[in-house]
Design a protein around this ligand. Structure first.
Ligand SMILES: Cc1cc2nc3c(=O)[nH]c(=O)nc-3n(C[C@H](O)[C@H](O)[C@H](O)COP(=O)(O)OP(=O)(O)OC[C@H]3O[C@@H](n4cnc5c(N)ncnc54)[C@H](O)[C@@H]3O)c2cc1C
Length: 438
């Protein structure tokens, strides 16, 4: 096939350097499928035209940012074209006095924060790998990090959104000012939609001042239950940490620390506030040694906490089966030690990071093979459900993908199907990636 014929469906729309074909599309593979085309429109109008051309030609489209997080979610049923937002990366407006920013969806979190830094402000959302995470991908995957405890998640900060539907229609919700509540809440609808409803092309978010002082306390504990119990005590006290997280012994070892469970507490704000927080945490820690990290050491620990779910830190974590559990914070101290025991019983190693104040635990099961980890994974989903919680498998090694549904059973699936049917009646966008095969 000539190169012109290969580019045919999109050659009238985009220049040659904005279309990838053949081998070079592999970087955007998802669930074992590789798209025929990867498109990089650099205006919203071009993205609309690409979307319309692809869906009218009967192709399945996945909207992507950098494509770095495509391991999350179920494999798509069909995947012909990836439309990347990466060249839609402008900061549209920064209203420093109103503390809002409007950005195109392909800007990475690092790019947005670099643009806000001159005003001493930042977007306090910290999912793994901010240099690779685009604003559109962050919203679509409802990604979060340690700061969700003190600053909420992306839907709490999102006040306006612009999306392109499967037929190329442009839809706007919310606005650029904090007080706007008219109309349907498209911001919440598109948060966590995993590319199944439309392409997010622009977002307006509220921002915050950067803290004057930022520290990270580390308190080693005898075991996982000890670290979690201390965390819950501190959370009940008037301390207000930025985040409070626990590694079990195995996870501590994965980030290069000694093989002991430990609690990590973020303290940020005015210098006086931070000193008060240190004193109160020290009072709760009692005899246990408390290390205070600032500067480079703080940044190293913080990056380990933030990036840990992305699991590229060690070869063991890269190949692990990963589960994200959502439970009541008070249940973590009983359920996580039980998971460790069950893993030992099944000859599986288990590394855990708990976002204690948010009731989230990232569990990584490291076994010799699928036969070892699959029974622990099944047990884990049942145990979380019995406790009224929820499990999503956020890292599934390729050989296990066909056996494990990322999401499991979810409430209100028929309602979600109705929304999907209304916005994407021909099921062209990321088919099968989401809950209930949506
Ligand atoms: C390397 C890496 C590994 C990660 N691993 C984990 C993990 O294991 N667990 C975890 O909880 N978080 C993880 N995250 C965090 C989170 O999922 C990512 O921040 C997110 O995937 C964003 O990456 P991206 O912008 O490249 O989006 P992509 O990876 O390109 O896309 C992620 C999802 O969002 C959709 N999407 C992307 N852009 C848009 C858009 N503009 N409009 C509509 N839909 C869109 C895609 O279709 C896809 O379903 C990881 C992030 C990275 C970078």
């Amino acid at each position: 096939m000539t190169s012109a014929a290969r580019l045919a469906p999109f050659s009238d729309l985009l220049p040659v350097d904005a279309i990838l074909t053949s081998e070079s599309t592999r970087a955007f593979s998802c669930g074992g499928l590789t798209p025929q085309y990867v498109l990089f429109p650099d205006t919203v109008d071009l993205l609309r035209s690409c979307m319309r051309a692809a869906t009218q030609a009967g192709m399945s489209v996945m909207v992507v940012g950098t494509g770095a997080g495509l391991g999350l979610g179920n494999a798509p049923r069909q995947y012909d074209v990836a439309i990347s937002t990466r060249r839609l990366n402008r900061i549209v407006a920064h209203e420093a006095a109103d503390m809002t920013v409007t950005v195109q969806a392909g800007a990475t979190l690092d790019e947005v924060n670099a643009a806000l830094a001159h005003a001493g402000q930042h977007l306090p959302l910290d999912p793994p790998r901010p240099e690779l995470t685009t604003i559109g991908g962050l919203i679509a995957s409802d990604a979060s990090g340690p700061l969700r405890l003190s600053h909420g998640k992306v839907r709490d900060r999102l006040i306006g959104i612009t999306v392109v539907l499967a037929d190329g229609t442009l839809v706007k919700g919310g606005g650029r000012v904090v007080k706007n509540v008219a109309g349907y809440d498209l911001m919440k609808l598109f948060t966590g939609s995993f590319g199944t409803l439309g392409a997010i092309v622009e977002a307006t978010l509220t921002i915050r001042p950067c803290p004057e002082r930022d520290t990270l306390l580390v308190i080693p504990a005898a075991d996982t239950a000890g670290a979690l119990t201390l965390a819950l005590k501190i959370l009940a006290a008037p301390v207000m940490p930025s985040y409070i997280e626990a590694f079990n012994a195995s996870a501590s070892a994965e980030v290069g620390a000694d093989h002991r469970a430990r609690l990590m507490i973020g303290c940020g704000g005015h210098a006086d506030e931070v000193s008060t927080q240190h004193a109160r945490c020290a009072a709760h820690a009692g005899e246990q040694p408390l290390q205070v990290h600032e500067g480079v050491e703080r940044a190293r620990w913080y990056a380990a906490l933030r990036d840990w779910p992305s699991s590229g830190l060690t070869a063991d974590l890269e190949n692990a089966l990963g589960a994200k559990l959502s439970l009541l914070p008070s249940q973590l101290a009983t359920i996580l030690p039980r998971i460790e025991q069950e893993a030992v019983h099944r000859n599986t190693r288990c590394a855990i990071l708990a976002r204690v104040g948010s009731g989230i635990a990232y569990v990584r099961l490291i076994g010799a093979d699928a036969a070892h980890v699959m029974p622990v994974a099944a047990w884990l989903r049942t145990t979380a459900r019995q406790a009224g919680g929820w499990t999503a498998f956020d890292r599934v090694p390729a050989p296990l993908r066909a056996q494990l549904d990322t999401w499991g059973e979810a409430p209100a699936v028929s309602l979600m199907r109705g929304i999907k049917q209304t916005l994407d009646p021909q099921n062209r966008l990321s088919p099968g990636r989401f809950v209930g095969g949506i």
